[in-house]
Every structure is written in structure tokens, then in C-alpha cells.
Design a protein around this ligand. Structure first.
Ligand SMILES: C[S@@+](CC[C@H](N)C(=O)[O-])C[C@H]1O[C@@H](n2cnc3c(N)ncnc32)[C@H](O)[C@@H]1O
Length: 216
């Protein structure tokens, strides 16, 4: 199920192609080769834009893979930011360190090879942005823990909120082989949009990114 019409998607990606830095292209090539689910070019640009728009400095990523989403956040914070990356696979830390160092974007990064929620509990304080991209059955708990630790004026951002159309219940959407993931995403969406402390919307880029701004 195409969430964005292929011609529109092509058009948007052509417009986004001005970012042609070698390491970025390498990261995207690796995702394509390994079918690794990076957030992608358009949503990556959105992350940078959102982070810049609120002068984000302190960011916590839940589920960082090999640093593609962090690439965009680091461009926004600059070297004096503080960006916590988490992933359970040590190999991803190695790759992220290599990519981000070569791109000149590693200065603000601290990588935790650990479960994202455990690491989140260990790193104290509030954040300008908490970004969530872990296994989807972890989304409800991720939101529950993060919602009070995003500063007022900060954002909770979470990928895959349309789950390739599965959340719509439309028969054209692919089946979900992972039990409970669609329901977990839908429950998280309801919790976020029902939270009076946040104003939120799902931006239907790639697989849907929810942007929730803390207003109270
Ligand atoms: C969708 S990928 C992340 C992509 C990355 N945010 C990007 O845009 O390039 C999800 C990653 O989260 C990791 N992961 C999944 N569940 C996790 C958890 N509970 N704690 C830490 N890492 C997790 C996986 O190992 C995987 O590398």
C-alpha cells in the first residue's frame, strides 16, 4: 500500500536530493542493500527541521540503528548538543561511530548499547526531543516514560505511526507478521493525541511520523 502516490514521492525525493554528502549516501546505500529500516531522506530532513525549529540541544533516541536519524539531529544541534543513541546491537554502535565521525557529526553523540527504555531511565533530566523508533510493541511504554520528560516546548517524535497502512484496517494493507505491533502503534497514537499536554499530528511521509509538541 503506497501511503504517498509514487509520483509524488519521486517528486519530493528529487527535491530532497540536494543533500548529497558522501557519508549520507553511503548510509542510505547500506539500508537499501540490507533492507534496514532507516527513517529515510524525507523524514530525516523533517527531523532536522523540527530540531532546528525549537533550538533542540538535548535529544534522546530510542532505537538508533547505525545512526541515520542521528545524522539529521546532529546537523541540527551542532557539536555542542547532547544526543543519546540507543540500540541493543553493538555492531550498530560501531557503524554509527564510523559514519558519524566521517561525516563530522559525532561530537554530540553518546551511544548506549542497551535497551532503549533502560537507558532512558538511567540518563537523567528532560529532553528537547525524544525520538522513538524501537520495536513497535515497546511504543506504549516508550510514550508513557517519555511524555513527562519532554520539556514544555519540546517534542516527542515517533516513526512508523501508519505502519504501512495497517492502522487503517484497509484490506490493501500488508499483513502484520508481528503479533500485537499494529495494536501497540494504534494504542500509542490514541494516548498521544488524547494527551492534553501535547498538540500532535501524524505527518504522512514515508511510514508516518507523529510529531507531538508539549504545550503544558
Ligand atoms: C527502525 S530501526 C532504527 C532506525 C533509525 N532510527 C534510523 O532512522 O536510521 C530500529 C532499531 O532499533 C533497535 N531496537 C529495537 N528495539 C529496541 C529496544 N527496545 N531498545 C533498543 N534498541 C532497539 C533495533 O536493533 C534497530 O536497530
Amino acid at each position: 500500500m503506497d501511503l504517498v502516490h509514487p509520483a509524488v514521492d519521486r517528486y519530493l525525493n528529487e527535491l530532497a536530493s540536494r543533500d548529497d554528502e558522501a557519508v549520507l549516501l553511503e548510509m542510505e546505500q547500506l539500508a537499501q542493500e540490507n533492507r534496514f529500516p532507516i527513517i529515510g531522506r524525507l523524514s530525516g530532513q523533517l527531523l532536522e527541521l523540527l530540531a532546528r525549529s525549537i533550538n533542540a540541544n538535548r535529544i534522546f533516541e530510542m532505537g538508533s540503528g547505525y545512526g541515520y536519524s542521528a545524522y539529521w539531529f546532529s546537523r541540527a544541534t551542532g557539536p555542542d548538543g547532547e544526543i543519546h543513541l540507543t540500540d541493543t546491537h553493538a555492531d550498530n554502535e560501531k557503524k554509527a561511530t564510523d559514519f558519524l565521525t566521517r561525516a563530522g557529526l559525532h561530537d554530540p553523540v553518546q551511544f548506549h548499547v542497551q535497551g532503549a527504555l533502560e537507558a532512558f531511565d538511567e540518563v537523567e533530566g528532560d529532553f528537547d526531543i525524544v525520538y522513538c523508533d524501537i520495536d513497535k510493541d515497546g511504543y506504549p511504554e516508550a510514550w508513557e516514560r517519555a511524555r513527562s520528560r519532554v520539556r514544555v516546548g519540546g517534542m516527542f517524535i515517533c516513526d512508523n505511526m501508519l505502519w504501512f497502512g495497517r492502522v487503517t484496517g484497509d484490506p490493501a494493507a500488508p499483513e502484520d507478521s508481528r503479533s500485537g505491533w499494529t495494536e501497540a502503534i494504534m494504542a500509542t497514537t490514541q494516548a498521544i493525541i488524547g494527551d492534553p499536554s501535547y498538540r500532535s499530528i501524524i505527518v504522512p511521509l514515508r511510514d508516518g511520523v507523529i510529531v507531538a509538541l508539549r504545550v503544558a
